[in-house]
Design a protein. Structure first.
Length: 295
């Protein structure tokens, strides 16, 4: 029969006294060392944000730009007030000599005008911070309605005249070394324009990348153009050529005054008569006084 040893014998007592304390100290030292080991944490990287997102969002932020002095503002002539729309109580008035008179009360100036023939128009607003010698009030001008209407008609007539002259001039460009088929096409165009009464300017020059023509070819080309002009009855070379052969040369031709040319010339007096008819005063309208009241 096996005998169970006693747990509380002399060997156990000696072990607890001399050996066990050192084993516990070693275990504690290993645990404390483990506590002081730095823990390295690996964090996920943040994806790089594209700068285009910020730039796109930044573009949505309103920015105030410095106004250029050359940029037209809303205080242009078309938007400046007239007559009762003028809110300024005191204004300066431009006289007939172009000098400033005043200051005057706006209501007094308006009461002195004939509303049928005259109007008060603001030409310059009052400055916010007037400089030395600059008027501190808005500047207005008394406008004669009849004179203003005549000026507008004269400007419209001049514009139509310039447009009419521009449309009556045709220009053809021909290369010195032009191919025969292309030349015949250009000459047909020129004859058609001359028959309709247009002026035709023929520009002769060397085309980039083309071959260089000789003097005989240049003389023959000029003669062919003049022969085509002679085929149109009434057409002529109305101005001396400008330039030199084989360089840049310009020929000036005028079309026939008959057929198409006569129709173009006849259109001018017809339009002029229409404009004169518009300018004639209506008998029912009151006569406009030449003297305008001034404040």
């Amino acid at each position: 029969m096996r005998v169970t040893p006693c747990l509380y014998n002399s060997r156990t007592a000696l072990y607890r006294v001399f050996i066990s304390p050192f084993e516990k100290a070693d275990v504690l030292s290993r645990r404390s060392a483990a506590l002081f080991i730095p823990v390295v944490r690996v964090l996920p990287t943040v994806p790089a944000v594209s700068t285009s997102i910020f730039s796109r969002r930044a573009s949505l932020v309103p920015r105030f730009k410095k106004r250029d002095n050359n940029t037209p503002t809303t205080s242009s002539k078309a938007t400046l007030p007239t007559d009762k729309d003028i809110e300024d109580q005191i204004v300066m008035v431009v006289n007939e000599e172009g000098k400033l008179d005043g200051p005057y009360r706006t209501r007094n100036v308006l009461s002195s005008l004939d509303p049928e023939t005259e109007t008060l128009r603001m030409v310059s607003r009052a400055p916010r911070e007037p400089a030395e010698g600059q008027p501190q009030f808005a500047i207005c001008k008394i406008i004669n309605k009849r004179d203003e209407k005549e000026k507008e008609r004269a400007m419209e007539k001049s514009r139509k005249e310039q447009s009419r002259k521009a449309t009556r001039i045709k220009e053809l460009e021909i290369n010195w070394a032009i191919a025969p088929n292309d030349l015949q096409h250009k000459l047909r165009q020129m004859r058609t324009f001359l028959q309709k009464g247009f002026k035709v300017d023929v520009l002769l020059a060397k085309k980039k990348g083309s071959r260089v023509a000789n003097r005989d070819e240049a003389d023959a080309l000029i003669q062919a153009i003049r022969d085509a002009k002679s085929e149109v009855r009434g057409a002529k070379e109305w101005k001396e050529p400008d330039g030199k052969p084989l360089k840049v040369l310009k020929l000036y031709f005028s079309g026939s005054t008959s057929s198409g040319g006569a129709r173009i010339e006849a259109a001018e007096p017809a339009e002029e008569e229409a404009l004169n008819a518009e300018e004639a005063p209506n008998a029912e309208e009151p006569m406009i006084s030449e003297t305008s009241p001034r404040p």
